[in-house]
Design a protein around this ligand. Structure first.
Ligand code: FES
Length: 93
């Protein structure tokens, strides 16, 4: 869903990742969270009290953006660079 991206930014090579098994277009150098936001995902996980969490600090401090990357849980989406064919698992929203 490139409609949510800023079109004037020059991007690197397009790649694809899987988000909950669905193919999503990304670009080399992007962080996981940017890819998820551009694909329309907003809630990435829930707390014990079932409160939705997503990007908060955007710089690796708050741990609100935790996702599972290539089967490894607890990865910060704001600090993890995407790679071709990366498998990302988030809460279904
Ligand atoms: S948004 Fe705070 S650690 Fe990722």
């Amino acid at each position: 869903m490139d409609a949510l991206r800023i079109s004037s930014i020059k991007r690197k090579k397009p790649i694809s990742v899987l988000v909950n098994g669905k193919k999503v277009i990304a670009y080399q150098g992007e962080m996981v969270h940017a890819v998820l936001l551009s694909a329309g995902y907003r809630v990435l996980r829930k707390t014990r009290n079932q409160k939705g969490r997503s990007l908060f600090c955007g710089m690796g401090v708050c741990y609100d953006c935790l996702v599972t990357v290539n089967g490894v849980p607890g990865q910060r989406a704001c600090m993890t660079e995407v790679h071709d064919q990366m498998e990302i698992t988030i809460l279904e929203s």
